[in-house]
Write a protein that binds this ligand. Structure first.
Ligand SMILES: [Zn+2]
Length: 373
């Protein structure tokens, strides 16, 4: 039964007749039994009954946001519903005025939107990341956002949510992608540090999630020296620490003379590895923590000396296992290597299709420099 909270909020105040959006709804209409719960519009996934978009790629009146990565969490929506952590991350990235009104929803808490029961469940991707569950009279849809099932001591573990239709990412949706244990990858980094104490170790890692996961894994593996960071990682890293994730002694590179950082561990946005910034360290070993490091040609192209296959997305095995375990009979694939997983689903009698949503990027492939803040 749908449950509405008694508390007044921007979301429970939403009312009115669901908009019919003509041509956009025809994209999937007649094909899906659950199209009243979820369909596709130019702005992204949309629930017509609740009149809300999920991770829209352009400004909308009402948005549910799965997590803080910038391709999913954009500024400019009127009303935003997300976990408290995701709202805080959006505030850090875009400023307090990133939307007109916001409401936090805790994992497992339920809110009723025009008769649709909405709840958020841990996605195991980054701090605050959530899968979004929509329950209506015709069934239940879960939108995964980005997710992983591998060990990550910096966020709540993925929770399996059974549903009728499952919207999954497929960033690494090819059988070649089988991620190794991240603990073992960090052990490689530590071995390199022990072997080359005269060299700085420079680790490229995306600024939200991956960087803090690498820091925490280093701590758990016994690295107790200061960890040096590029200024672009400072705000998010401080936020993780303020949320009780103990990352130890974190220092900004800008406070030090880079020439003195031999034998030290330095974490920076991936784009900085090829930048002039990186050349002032003593004979740096360049490492990059990404699922894409499974592809050796990518590591070579980037001049990465020490590829670390550490991903915040499901690999092929976990993707297939998750689809099976949800019990869903309809699978919609939002981004990544869509065709392979669609074929895998269809060969097992599941109704599957690629959604080809434009606008979702891939933070693991990000090479941009976010600038020294
Ligand atoms: Zn993400």
């Amino acid at each position: 039964m749908p449950v509405s909270r008694g508390k007044t909020s921007c979301f429970t105040l939403w009312s009115g007749i669901p908009r019919v959006i003509g041509v956009e709804l025809t994209y999937l209409s007649g094909q899906m039994a659950l199209s009243d719960l979820l369909t596709l519009t130019p702005a992204g996934l949309y629930c017509p009954v609740a009149d809300v978009h999920i991770d829209p790629v352009r400004p909308v009146p009402r948005a549910l946001i799965t997590h803080g990565h910038s391709d999913h969490a954009r500024a400019g929506h009127a009303q935003v519903l997300a976990t408290r952590e995701t709202l805080a991350i959006m505030g850090l990235r875009y400023g307090a005025q990133f939307c007109q009104s916001q409401q936090a929803l805790a994992y497992g808490e339920r809110v009723g939107l025009n008769g649709i029961d909405v709840s958020f469940h841990p996605a195991g991707h980054v701090l605050g990341s959530a899968q979004i569950r929509l329950q209506g009279p015709s069934g239940c849809v879960v939108v995964s956002g980005d997710y992983k099932r591998a060990y990550d001591p910096t966020c709540a573990p993925f929770e399996l949510v059974r549903c009728d239709a499952f919207v999954t990412e497929a960033t690494f949706g090819l059988p070649v992608f089988r991620h190794p244990d991240a603990v073992g990858e960090v052990a490689k980094l530590l071995r390199s540090c022990a072997l080359f104490p005269e060299r700085a170790h420079l680790v490229g890692a995306y600024s939200l999630g991956k960087a803090q996961r690498v820091m925490k894994l280093l701590r758990l593996a016994g690295w107790d020296r200061p960890i040096w960071i590029h200024g672009a990682l400072e705000k998010i890293t401080q936020f993780y620490q303020s949320e009780g994730i103990d990352l130890g002694d974190i220092r900004k590179v800008s406070a030090a003379d880079r020439a003195t950082l031999a034998g030290e561990m330095i974490i920076c946005p991936p784009g900085q590895l090829a930048d002039l910034w990186s050349r002032k360290f003593p004979d740096p070993v360049t490492a990059f923590a990404s699922g894409w490091m499974r592809v050796r040609a990518r590591a070579r192209q980037r001049g990465i000396e020490l590829p670390l296959v550490i991903s915040d997305h499901v690999d092929w095995d976990d993707l297939c296992a998750t689809i099976t375990e949800t019990g869903a009979s309809e699978i919609w694939v939002t981004h990544g290597a869509e065709e392979a997983i669609v074929h895998w689903c269809q060969s097992r009698g599941l109704d599957a299709r690629p959604l080809n949503i434009l606008g979702y990027g891939d933070e693991e492939a990000d090479t941009s420099s976010e600038g020294e803040a």
